[in-house]
Design a protein. Structure first.
Length: 273
């Protein structure tokens, strides 16, 4: 049986084993997928022993995505720009390859699962940490009309904007610079959601029929989705679909087949408490 795993610390709340088991069952692929808690400092050894042994591929989560990026001998352009790797596998030459599927996962959830449009849209992304950096290239690939990255610390947003300046019309700023601007799509990638907080945003930030996307999810409406509803967003979506879609893209890289994600999203949604 081919073996896969997710490495992180902590790891016990990971839904990846459940998601990948569902994909394996659905596609009739025989494989195992474990969640493994790796000691900080022991990451490279853990990767090497897994991938030199029975392991065919790994997902990597907090706090090891940057270390995985460093270890990868080959990185896609997307992973390169993300500065983080969440999927490892070996290519035909035996090289350790690193990919980042988070951004693709989010874009698929917006565009394919929900029928949203990024192409031609005025898009705002809130936050400038690792989560946001991981999605910039796939968002820009959709050709938004413009992309603004707004962050509590404006300089970090400006740095990220510089990093992807070649890929489109991108600008970084602080939240106060949003006054008087309006967007078709606002994506929340700040860690403020973890405390149930929303960044300070102008009340007229959303165009009519604007969509909001929270990279975080929870059983209850997230603080940002609540903000979106309170400000008449046409649609507000949390990040559960992104979680499943990034997993599906990893599964595709490893197994060459795209599992259906809707039933898995529905099962997870029903089980959220
Ligand atoms: P992650 O991997 O989740 O992106 P991170 O790299 O630590 O984590 O980044 C956290 C992001 O959430 C940053 O953009 C941070 O803003 P700063 O760069 O100014 O620190 C943002 N953030 C965290 N708490 C926040 C809050 N209470 N309000 C607004 N933004 C917040």
């Amino acid at each position: 049986t081919d073996r896969y795993a997710v490495f992180g610390n902590p790891i016990k709340h990971s839904k990846s084993p459940q998601i990948h088991s569902a994909f394996a069952e659905q596609t009739a692929h025989a494989l195992s997928y474990d969640a493994i808690c790796v000691d900080e400092g022991g990451f490279p050894e853990a990767v090497n022993s897994f991938m030199q042994g029975p392991g065919k591929g790994l997902n990597i989560t907090i706090p090891f995505k940057q270390e995985a990026w460093q270890m990868a001998e080959v990185r896609s352009q997307r992973a390169e720009l993300a500065g983080a790797v969440n999927t490892l596998y070996r290519n035909a030459e035996g090289q350790l390859c690193g990919e980042n599927t988070d951004g693709i996962g989010m874009v698929r959830d917006i565009v394919e699962n929900n029928g949203g449009k990024i192409e031609g849209a005025d898009v705002l992304i809130l936050g400038a940490g690792g989560a946001v950096r991981g999605v910039l290239q796939p968002v820009l690939e959709q050709k938004p009309r413009r992309l603004v990255i707004a962050n509590r610390t404006a300089s970090k947003a400006e740095l990220l904007a510089d990093l992807v300046a070649d890929l489109g019309d991108v600008e970084g700023c602080g939240f106060d610079a949003l006054d008087g601007q309006q967007f078709d799509l606002v994506i929340n990638g700040t860690a403020a959601s973890l405390q149930g907080e929303v960044p300070p945003l102008p009340d007229d930030l959303l165009k009519s029929a604007a969509w909001c996307y929270d990279m975080m999810y929870s059983a209850d409406v997230t603080a940002f989705c609540q903000w979106a509803q309170d400000h008449n967003a046409e649609k507000s979506i949390d990040g559960l679909g992104m979680l499943v879609e990034q997993a599906a893209e990893s599964f595709y890289i490893w197994r060459g087949i795209r599992p259906a994600t809707q039933p898995v999203i529905a099962t997870l949604r029903a089980a959220l408490t």
